[in-house]
Design a protein around this ligand. Structure first.
Ligand SMILES: O=P(O)(O)OC[C@H]1O[C@H](O)[C@H](O)[C@@H](O)[C@@H]1O
Length: 653
């Protein structure tokens, strides 16, 4: 690692003749210099007398000369942190972009030492960063930025249970959900690990009862099907892991004869889809909601409760419905016996909750607890690495820094997540929430608008499907940094006699080819040598120099799925810490929810009392009116509950 760069303020100080610029000021130069020094760290202290000096009007010429804008002085006075973009490390990276713009991956890839340095490995996972647009210096400079952002301290604070989710005054301890029994992780002075294991033990016992048939439905039948009702973080993570485990031979064997469905959308079509072919007598419903107030989940929960009780009676709820929540009071009010509730804690963010009962319960019901335990162990392997490995060999840290480099310096706000594995089909949708809900913020931790954009636009599909869809844009259109994820040993093997390679090898040929196609591109000279007609040459050229990274996993088991999950979770946190934002709140989802509430009130009034709409703009009024006039809508109040099976074609009994 290089020596840390000289902070910008000190550089300025060296070039700035303080005694001259402060002439006319009645304040002493050392005090001003001290204030200036303070501004080289991220922290500004209102108690500093030098700040008082700088805030006074008398020193305006000095402020100008030292390039400290008035709003920064005011921010310093109110104890706010300077945005990272004002640091010397950031400026140094901005400057460094010019150097990188003079390079091409085609050439960088020829430097074997560089490539070797950029291929990292931990606990069976290989992360190849050699196709990032970086050289040795870039990594050093990014590590300087990490130091400037106090990244190591932030990681420690997270594991120490500090309330780093400041706007909600909460710790961020999803790592504790996968900690071994003997680990000590404190939150507000208490070790939370024993409580985590109490719930895990309860899930172990309960899932075993259901799977073994010692817990039966209200009519004495075994419960072979599970419908997990939840949305957002109470859905995407469990769906991702379920999809990844479904085809793993050991898990598939363990799940024989069982079905796990998810019901997320409040769309009645999703209700119909989730309940298709299910029989109330053999169905267990798991309501998953951290808050137990989410409108969509609660309406779906009431819908499915009615589906159960209309067939089996109200008493059946105790045998057929259980809940996962932090809000056990509301669970009870809903009519679920607290004994059948599985808790978790406010220090688990919704999008980070798959390792709590949110994911563990449905997955243990489907696959048995022993498989899910391995998933937790895999995640913990990365947690432990993340908290203890030096930053320069810390996989989530390096991944996060590469993303910051791409987003904030190379101007690439999107990222494609491209697993060459169908079992990882739900990775991108899950990471979309983890990343975009965490880092799509406009203000710093202090609430100050940021002078740069944060977050990434995440999307993705498994390869090779994506190749036949959106890769055109990635190769010749916009520059989208790609994450290629490959598996060495597939969950399934097919090899047909006479074929050149096995089916999985065929898939992986594409994994290896795509990364190089993006990096190298294709030149005019190559096309001329291939005798491509002149008119077609511009169309067939590939600029190359398009960055990607490759993650190679030894196999796709519950353990490596856990590793992959934690790798992305921590990577996202690293990005947020560098940008200086709160990656653990999500206020941006509130406005739409409350406006939907207003529409709901008027929708009801219009439907039941034919009251006219009021208070909406022209556009909304027009569309709402058109919607309300639609002939296909149900009229209500309806004398009885209506189920999808009665209204949707194809679901009639
Ligand atoms: O688990 P719940 O409390 O029902 O919340 C479900 C989801 O809803 C919210 O809108 C949040 O944006 C998500 O982070 C959360 O995962």
């Amino acid at each position: 690692m290089q020596a840390p760069a000289v902070p910008a303020v000190q550089q300025q100080q060296q070039h700035c003749p303080i005694s001259v610029t402060s002439s006319g000021s009645r304040f002493t130069t050392p005090a001003v210099v001290q204030a200036f020094r303070l501004s080289s760290s991220c922290f500004f202290h209102s108690s500093s007398s030098s700040l008082r000096i700088l805030r006074s009007r008398a020193d305006q010429p000095l402020r100008r000369a030292l390039s400290i804008p008035h709003h920064r002085i005011e921010a310093m006075a109110s104890g706010q942190h300077a945005p990272i973009s004002e640091s010397a490390a950031w400026a140094d990276l901005k400057q460094h972009v010019k150097t990188i713009e003079g390079t091409h991956l085609r050439n960088l890839m020829q430097d074997n030492n560089r490539c070797e340095e950029l291929i990292k490995e931990y606990d069976g996972i290989v992360v190849d960063l050699s196709r990032q647009r970086v050289i040795h210096d870039t990594v050093d400079k990014l590590l300087n930025l990490a130091e400037e952002a106090k990244l190591k301290e932030k990681i420690d604070q997270m594991f120490d249970g500090v309330h780093i989710n400041e706007t909600e005054n909460r710790s961020v301890l999803h790592a504790a959900l996968r900690a071994p029994r003997d680990e000590v992780i404190n939150c507000d002075g208490h070790n939370v690990v024993p409580a985590v294991w109490d719930v895990l033990d309860k899930i172990d016992a309960f899932s075993d009862q259901i799977r073994s048939g010692s817990w039966l439905g209200s009519t004495g039948k075994p419960l072979t099907d599970v419908v997990a009702i939840g949305i957002g973080g109470s859905f995407l993570g469990p769906l991702f892991v379920h999809t990844a485990m479904q085809t793993e031979p050991g898990c598939a064997q363990a799940a024989k004869g069982r079905r796990l469905r998810f019901l997320a959308n409040v769309d009645p079509i999703d209700v119909a889809r989730a309940l298709l072919d299910l029989n109330q007598e053999t169905t267990l419903v798991v309501i998953v909601s951290k808050t137990f107030t989410t409108a969509e989940t609660m309406l779906n929960a009431r819908t499915v409760r009615t589906w159960i009780t209309s067939a089996l009676g109200v008493e059946a709820v105790s045998k057929h419905m259980v809940a996962v929540s932090t809000n056990l009071k509301l669970v009870k009010e809903f009519g679920i016996d607290p004994a059948n509730a599985f808790g978790f804690w406010d220090w688990v963010g919704g999008r980070y909750s798959v390792c709590s009962a949110v994911g563990v319960l449905p997955l243990a019901l489907q696959y048995g607890f022993s498989h899910v335990k391995k998933f937790l162990q895999g995640a913990w392997s990365i947690d432990d690495h993340f908290r203890s490995a030096p930053l320069e060999s810390n996989l989530p840290v390096l991944l996060g820094l590469m993303s910051v480099w791409n987003v904030s310096f190379l101007g690439c706000p999107a990222r494609a997540i491209l697993p060459y594995c169908q079992a990882l089909a739900k990775l991108a949708p899950h990471i979309q929430q983890v990343s975009m809900e965490s880092n799509g913020k406009g203000v710093s931790l202090d609430g100050v608008p940021l002078p740069f954009g944060t977050g990434e636009i995440d999307f993705g599909e498994p390869g090779t499907n994506g190749q036949h869809s959106f890769y055109q844009l990635i190769h010749q259109g916009r520059v989208i940094p790609c994450d290629f994820i490959g598996i060495i040993k597939s969950q399934q093997s097919v090899y047909l006699k006479g074929e050149q390679v096995s089916n999985h090898d065929e898939l992986m040929c594409n994994f290896f080819a795509q990364a190089d196609a993006l990096a190298y591109g294709k030149t005019r000279e190559e096309l001329v040598a291939e005798k491509v007609p002149e008119a077609l040459i511009p169309h067939k050229m590939f600029s190359g120099n398009r960055q990607s990274l490759s993650i190679l996993l030894p196999n796709l088991t519950p353990y490596t799925v856990g590793q992959l999950l934690a790798l992305y979770e921590h990577r996202v946190a690293v990005q947020g810490w560098i940008w200086g934002i709160n990656s653990f709140d999500q206020w941006g989802v509130e406005l739409g929810k409350s406006l939907a509430g207003k529409v709901r009130t008027q929708m009801n009034a219009a439907r039941t009392k034919t009251q006219p709409l009021s208070g909406f703009n022209y556009s909304t009024t027009t569309l709402l009116t058109r919607y309300l006039q639609g002939k296909t809508q149900l009229l209500y109040p309806d004398p009885h509950d209506v189920f999808p099976s009665n209204v949707l074609p194809g679901f009639e009994k």
